[in-house]
Ligand binder design. Sequence first.
Ligand SMILES: CC(C)(COP(=O)(O)OP(=O)(O)OC[C@H]1O[C@@H](n2cnc3c(N)ncnc32)[C@H](O)[C@@H]1OP(=O)(O)O)[C@@H](O)C(=O)NCCC(=O)NCCS
Length: 149
Amino acid sequence: MELRRANKDDCRDLYEWRNSPSARQNSLDQREIPYEDHVQWFEGSLNNKNRTIYIALEGNKKVGQIRFDLEEINLAKVSVTVKPEEQGKGYGPKIIEEGSNKYFSETGVSMIRAEIRQENVPSVKAFEKAGYKFFGESKGVLEYILKNG
Ligand SMILES: CC(C)(COP(=O)(O)OP(=O)(O)OC[C@H]1O[C@@H](n2cnc3c(N)ncnc32)[C@H](O)[C@@H]1OP(=O)(O)O)[C@@H](O)C(=O)NCCC(=O)NCCS
């Protein structure tokens, strides 16, 4: 699997993955997003130095995305989506593990956190397989942490 930075040609794919029923159901924000809003958000994201989006490719097929948002000097929050047709095939843990390592090495940030709805068992398993550790729970949202090294 290869990970590369997102670019403007990924706009539509990210929109479709984000608005798919499985992604919306598991997201903390479940609203359906109008495409125009997504385009604005995505263009802003590409120019935002505190946000890093990688696209995961298997051969030349896009299988998912992983995004890191810098929240504090040494702490980022992660969000991941596997393309709906590619879910359940083991890509999620690989994207999370390889994406996190790439982010650590490209940025020098040393801690990443994930927020997962507790009913999202595939996501909990995927983050655990990628080495994330349970940190705490609040109002049905689990927090998982990965430290570099
Ligand atoms: C959560 C997600 C990233 C996991 O990635 P994935 O590539 O599907 O992960 P895996 O293939 O390793 O599957 C994870 C586990 O869930 C299980 N699973 C069961 N039904 C599944 C389904 N419909 N889809 C995916 N996984 C399923 C898998 O069997 C696996 O369990 P196992 O380790 O016991 O075999 C991916 O499913 C996804 O993008 N979901 C929608 C968005 C989302 O929830 N993002 C995370 C928000 S915190």
